[in-house]
Design a protein around this ligand. Structure first.
Ligand SMILES: [Zn+2]
Length: 511
C-alpha cells in the first residue's frame, strides 16, 4: 500500500525540526515513511490524501497503561492508591476474567487509544494470579486485530502484599493477614514463562506487538526476580517496566524496609539502567534524580492518575534537568479515566506551573509534545522505530483537521496541540502504514458491534465485581491507617501542593 499525503502542515518531531511545523508532502510505502519533501509525484496506484488545512504529526505514545482496569473506568473517586488498590486489584475473591471479556477489554482499550491518536501503547497487563500463554495471547490478538503498536507485559508481584507495605504486618489483624496466601511464584518459573512469550507472541503483527518485563515495584518483588528480569530485558532489548515512588507511602516504604530511598535501593542492586522505565517517580529526592539521569532511565509521567489518586506531582522540571527521559502515560482507566493522551498533555502542560512561581522553569508545549512522541517512544525503547516522522521509520502518524474549534483561529500550533486539542480534530490514524482510523472511525473493527456486546455482557461482570469489592472492604481501615501513618512522616521532601501535614488536626476542618 502506497499513500501520498500532500500539501500538509508537518510536525515531524525529529532532531532537525523538533516541534517547528513546515509545509510538505509525505510518501508512505508499505509500513514505512519513504520520502518527506515538496511537490512529490504520486506513484501509480497510490492513494492521495490532500493535506490542505491538515496537520500531520507522529502518533502519540502512551507510556503507561493497565488494560486490566478498563472495565472500571468511571467507577471510583477520592481514594489514595493504598485504599483504591483494594477495589481495583482486590486482595481476596477476585475471579479470573473470562476469555471473551478479556478479549473485549483489551480491544476496548486499544480502540479508545487509537481513536485518541495513540499509535503506541505500553500496556502493563496484570492478570492475577495467572501466567498463561493462551490468555496473554488473547490480549495480543485483540491488539493485532485493531492494529495498534504495543509493548505488553504480564506483570508480576512475588511478595506477600503485607510485606510490600510499611506498618502492614503490625496494623492488619493476623486473621486477615492469613486470609491472603503467598503469591508462590518461583523466579525460574516466571523466567521460563517469559522466554516462552518471547518465543511465541513477541514480534507478532509485523513486529508491532512486543513483550516487556514488568516486575511491579522494587518493594513488591524479590531481588533475584528483579535481577533475572533486567538481565532478560537487556538480552532481548525490551524495557524493564516498573513502578517507583508513586506515593508518599512508598517513600516511607524505602526508609522502613531498606533505610534508603527505593531509587537508591535499585541503584545499589545494579538495577537502574537504560532499559528501565519507571512509572510515576513522584517522591524522588534530588539524589534519586541524579542516579536516574546517570543511568539513562526513563519515566512515564501519569499526571492525571496522580491527581485522581492524590499521589502528588512529579518534579518533572528537575527530572528533565537531571537528564531523565520523560514520556507521558494515562495509567489504568480506573485512575484516569480515559485512554486519551491529549488529556494528559494538557494536564501535564498546566500542572507544573503550580509547582513554582519561577515561570521560566514551567514545562513548555514543545517539551510536552516531545514527551508525548519521540521521548515517549524512547520509554518503550522504540525511538528508532516510531515517535517522529522520518524517512525509514514506521509510518505511525495522525492527520488532524485544523479548520475546527481547536485550531481556529490559528496562533501557535504547538500551543493548540497541548492546550486546545482533545482528539476531536483527528481525522486519520495510521499505524505501520495502515489506516486504522479514517474520518474519525476505526477501520479495523465494528465499533457499534463491540459496544453492543459490551452492553450485553459486562454488567454481570461488574455486578460480580461489586460483591468482590464488598468482601475487600474489611481491609480498608488498615490501609487507611498505614496511609495516614506514612502521610504524617516527615521525610524531607513534599510532593503535595496543598496544606501539609494532613491528619494533624489543624488542617482537616478548613480543608
Ligand atoms: Zn501503573
Amino acid at each position: 500500500m502506497t499513500t501520498l499525503i500532500r500539501n500538509a502542515t508537518i510536525l515531524a518531531m525529529d532532531a532537525a525540526h523538533g516541534a517547528t511545523p513546515f509545509l510538505g508532502d509525505i510518501l508512505v510505502e508499505g509500513d514505512r515513511i519513504a520520502t518527506i519533501g515538496h511537490g512529490l509525484e504520486a506513484p501509480p496506484g497510490a492513494k492521495v490524501i490532500e493535506g490542505r488545512d491538515r496537520l500531520v504529526m507522529p502518533g502519540l505514545v502512551n507510556a503507561h497503561i493497565h488494560s486490566s482496569e478498563t472495565f472500571f473506568k468511571g467507577r471510583y473517586q477520592n481514594m489514595p492508591l493504598e485504599v483504591w488498590t483494594l477495589y481495583a486489584y482486590p486482595l481476596v475473591g477476585a475471579p479470573v476474567i473470562p476469555e471473551r471479556l478479556l478479549y473485549l477489554r483489551s480491544l476496548l482499550t486499544a480502540m479508545e487509544a487509537l481513536k485518541g491518536g495513540v499509535t503506541t501503547m505500553v500496556d502493563d497487563f496484570f492478570d492475577p494470579p495467572r501466567f498463561d500463554l493462551d490468555r496473554l495471547g488473547i490480549v495480543f490478538s485483540a491488539y493485532d486485530a485493531v492494529g495498534i503498536r504495543a509493548n505488553v507485559s504480564n506483570a508480576i508481584i512475588d511478595r506477600h502484599i503485607f510485606d510490600t507495605l510499611p506498618f502492614a504486618r503490625e496494623i492488619v489483624p493476623a486473621a486477615l493477614q492469613a486470609a491472603i496466601p503467598d503469591p508462590g511464584f518461583t523466579v525460574d518459573g516466571y523466567m521460563d514463562y517469559c522466554r516462552s512469550v518471547f518465543a511465541s507472541l513477541h514480534g507478532r503483527g509485523n513486529g508491532r506487538l512486543r513483550f516487556m518485563l514488568a516486575p511491579s515495584a522494587p518493594q513488591r518483588c524479590s531481588v533475584p526476580l528483579m535481577e533475572a528480569c533486567l538481565a532478560l530485558a537487556v538480552e532481548k532489548g525490551v524495557p524493564y517496566h516498573t513502578h517507583i515512588l508513586e506515593t508518599k507511602t512508598q517513600a516511607v516504604t524505602g526508609e522502613e524496609f531498606y533505610g534508603k530511598t527505593l531509587i537508591r535501593y535499585m541503584h545499589d542492586l545494579g538495577l537502574l539502567a537504560r532499559n528501565v522505565t519507571i512509572a510515576h517517580s513522584i517522591w524522588v529526592t534530588d539524589e534519586d534524580m541524579v542516579l536516574m539521569g546517570s543511568a539513562d532511565c526513563s519515566i512515564a509521567h501519569n499526571c492525571i492518575s496522580n491527581q485522581k489518586l492524590g499521589a502528588g506531582v512529579a518534579p518533572v522540571r528537575r527530572l528533565l534537568d537531571a537528564g531523565v527521559n520523560v514520556g507521558l502515560g494515562t495509567d489504568g482507566l480506573c485512575s484516569n479515566d480515559t485512554a486519551r493522551i491529549f488529556d494528559v498533555m494538557r494536564a501535564a502542560g498546566l500542572i507544573h506551573g503550580t509547582a513554582t512561581p519561577d515561570y521560566e522553569r514551567w514545562v513548555t508545549s514543545e517539551e510536552i509534545l516531545t514527551a508525548a512522541t519521540i521521548k515517549g517512544a524512547r520509554t518503550a525503547l522504540l525511538d528508532h522505530v516510531t515517535g517522529s516522522l522520518e524517512v525509514g521509520k514506521k509510518a505511525d502518524l495522525l492527520i488532524l483537521k485544523m479548520d475546527g474549534f481547536n485550531f481556529s483561529p490559528m496562533n501557535d500550533i504547538r500551543h493548540h496541540l497541548v492546550y486546545c486539542e482533545n482528539g476531536q480534530s483527528i481525522e486519520t490514524v495510521m499505524v505501520d502504514g495502515a489506516v486504522v482510523v479514517a474520518n474519525g472511525r476505526l477501520t479495523t473493527v465494528d465499533e457499534d458491534a463491540v459496544f453492543a456486546e459490551l452492553r450485553e455482557i459486562v454488567p454481570a461482570w461488574l455486578t460480580e465485581h461489586a460483591e468482590v469489592e464488598a468482601r475487600n472492604k474489611v481491609f480498608e481501615p488498615y490501609m487507611r491507617e498505614l496511609h495516614r501513618r506514612a502521610t504524617i512522616r516527615d521525610i524531607g521532601i513534599n510532593r503535595y501542593q496543598g496544606d501539609m501535614p494532613f491528619w494533624t488536626g489543624q488542617n482537616r476542618a478548613s480543608a
